[in-house]
Design a protein around this ligand. Structure first.
Ligand code: NAG
Length: 287
């Protein structure tokens, strides 16, 4: 399936970039010294220390819960873009995730992520769906008959990691009131590469650009505002953008800003595209 392969590819990029973004290879961007740059992720993260693990207690990842709310965006067709070429139609995902950082093998980045994604069709119409993923497996897309999301909806998503291979995903569409929840397990729990790592944890709040091929045309989307963002550690300690361990990632492709985060307050930030930031689409509008 095209979508799935897109996600797999995106995850491969994520793997590479997370490895690069951990201290040694990190590249602060020119937009702001405190921000990192990647070509496919824009948003925020919060680092959370591992609390000491009591003797004989099971070893558990530092972060137990990450949650946030956001609006599912629309994408706009850039003037003159040829939509019959699938490379000019973009997919963007909005998600929260839980990562541990002290993996036995530095190339591993198992993490649980869940959220929404938007696609553009050949007529320029934006459609949306929900999904979750236990990286490095591919995404599990949630059928719209089970849980429906549309551009313009406001969603709340909560991810929990119970053990290194089990967790839970909760979603609520605050526009329709529909809820979704599921106990989730690492797709290959016997494979050490799937065990969420110990060490300090990272709570992730991202918009991701999921396109595998040509990146000539940049996606243009209306502001995505993440609110009520929070991470909770094993001792029920609460962390947010005011904790002092947050970082922001700019999405910059070939020198072109694609998605830029901007803090609003200690529990919210906006991700905007330079060309979409003044756009306020509404459901009736022909997009
Ligand atoms: C989108 O976010 C940017 C950056 O904070 C802001 O300047 C702009 O006014 C926002 N646009 C809308 C329509 O709220």
């Amino acid at each position: 399936m095209m979508h799935l392969s897109g996600f797999l590819l995106a995850c491969f990029w994520l793997l590479a970039t997370l490895a690069l973004a951990s201290p040694v290879g990190s590249t602060p961007s020119s937009v702001s010294e405190s921000k990192y740059a990647t070509s496919f992720l824009g948003g925020a993260l919060i680092n959370v220390d591992q609390t000491p693990i009591p003797e004989k207690a099971p070893e558990l990842p530092a972060i137990s819960t990450v949650s946030a709310e956001w609006n599912v965006p629309w994408m706009k067709v850039p003037p003159g873009a040829d939509l019959s070429n699938p490379d000019n139609r973009h997919k963007m995902a909005q998600w929260v995730g839980i990562l541990g950082n002290a993996c036995a093998d530095k190339s591993w980045t198992p993490f649980l992520q869940a959220g929404t994604a938007i696609d553009m069709d050949e007529n320029g119409i934006t459609t949306a769906f929900a999904w979750f993923e236990w990286f490095p497996a591919g995404s599990h897309n949630i059928p719209s008959e089970v849980f429906a999301v549309n551009p313009g909806d406001q969603v709340r998503v909560i991810t929990n990691v119970y053990t290194r291979t089990t967790g839970h995903v909760y979603m609520m569409n605050q526009h329709t009131g529909q809820e979704y929840e599921k106990d989730v397990t690492a797709d290959s729990p016997q494979d050490p590469e799937f065990l969420i790592c110990l060490g300090y944890g990272t709570a992730q709040f991202f918009q991701e650009w999921v396109i595998a091929d040509d990146r000539t045309e940049l996606p243009v989307f209306n502001n995505v505002t993440f609110t009520n963002i929070e991470a909770i550690d094993r001792r029920s300690g609460h962390f947010d953008l005011g904790t002092g361990t947050q970082d922001y990632w700019n999405m910059i492709d070939a020198g072109r800003p694609v998605a830029l985060p901007e803090e609003i307050d200690s529990s919210s930030f906006v991700v905007y595209s330079p060309e979409g930031s003044t756009w306020t689409p509404s459901k009736g509008e022909k997009l």
